[in-house]
Design a protein around this ligand. Structure first.
Ligand code: TXA
Ligand code: MG
Length: 329
């Protein structure tokens, strides 16, 4: 059984000993290991059933020296860190030569993020104190099995990994943002390639444009791979589809409702918040709940197209795609 713990010091000791520790962040819970300990990092891949070539995000404390991990000399990179970190933004940067490629899925870039969550920060600080050079990074993907819903509560992690005896879950509150960090690739700025949005999230393209001076572009064929950008990802076990009022629904289905007044008579629904940030905060927790109830299908009512909805739209699109293209997951 995975175990819930409350001590940051114990969690930092476990990381130092090469063990896995799941911990809360403002986006989703992460499944963490010492980023420079390759045996510890390989435990993440095994626990998640994640393909080896999918890179992990390395989490840093607010005091950390980013230059130890990556080339952050570009003025745009400096401005992005200054403006958005700590916070729900991951930057893909040119990896420093001494950082092992095992943590980066064999790529010469590295994903770095400084979470704003106080428990995550306390853990990262306590872990840094245990490193002789005080440079500490915690590699952490979302604490779910590959392709499944991300956890936003400690009990989601405990349920997902109930068979994993060596896993300790550091207790925390429900993740405030509720969807994974925005990922921005700035690893090719020196080569003249503009910033590229690999995964939309709480920090929108419009907010990024205020610092970049332009809207980040969408990924092309040369952009670094990101598992969160597979067509099918973030899926519950219950099939999902878009709600189309004119089409008949499966018996025993439920609608994830945005505008309940537009849902047909006699159709079961579960009401979601009207604001994008509240919707995102609740999304995975609601899907985890509905997933336990044995519905035949979760239909999703269409959402507004504005920038602040793109993160949520993206996760729902991928969850639905998991059932349209089951072989991609
Ligand atoms: O909010 C989050 O980002 C959460 C919390 C725990 O911080 N973490 C998370 O990790 O969502 P994960 O592994 O589920 O998604 C990380 C994404 C993956 O799609 C991965 O491919 C991409 O980041 N990534 C990491 N390093 C990369 C790199 N060097 N190049 C391209 N993509 C990278
Ligand atoms: Mg994930």
């Amino acid at each position: 059984m995975a175990t819930l713990i409350h001590s940051v010091e114990l969690a930092a000791d476990l990381l130092s000993a090469g063990e896995l520790v799941a911990f809360p962040t403002e986006t989703v819970y992460g499944l963490g290991a010492d980023a420079e300990n390759m045996q510890a990092v390989s435990k993440i891949y095994a626990a998640k059933n994640r393909p080896q070539n999918h890179p992990l995000i390395v989490h840093l404390s607010p005091e950390a020296d980013w230059a130890y991990w990556a080339d952050v000399s570009h003025p745009i990179v400096q401005a992005l860190i200054e403006h958005f970190c700590p916070g729900p933004l991951t930057l893909i940067l040119p990896k420093a030569p001494h950082i092992p490629v095992a943590a980066t899925g064999g790529q010469d870039s590295i994903g770095l993020r400084c979470p704003s969550h106080s428990v995550a920060q306390a853990l990262l600080r306590a872990f840094s104190e245990r490193k002789p050079n005080h440079h500490a990074g915690v590699a952490a993907p979302s604490a779910n099995k590959f392709g499944r819903l991300s956890p936003t509560q400690a009990d989601h992690v405990l349920a997902e990994f109930h068979n994993l005896a060596d896993l300790h879950v550091l207790a925390g509150d429900a993740s405030e943002v509720g969807i994974e960090s925005t990922i921005l690739d700035v690893s090719r700025l020196q080569k003249g390639v503009p910033a590229t949005l690999l995964r939309p999230g709480h920090i929108t393209s419009v907010a990024l444009a205020e610092v970049l001076g332009y809207l980040p572009r969408l990924p092309d064929r040369d952009a670094p791979r990101a598992s969160g950008t597979l067509k099918a990802h973030y899926a519950p076990r219950t099939p999902m589809a878009y709600y189309e009022p004119e089409k008949p629904l499966l018996d025993g289905a439920i609608v994830l409702a945005y505008q309940p007044d537009l849902i047909g008579d006699g159709v079961a629904y579960s009401v979601m918040p009207r604001q994008a940030r509240d919707y995102a905060h609740k999304l995975y927790a609601r899907l985890h709940e509905l997933d336990k109830k044995g519905y035949s299908c979760i239909y999703v009512q269409k959402l507004p197209k504005e920038a602040q909805w793109l993160g949520v739209q993206d996760r729902l699109q991928r969850a639905i795609a998991a059932f349209e293209y089951p072989n991609d997951a």
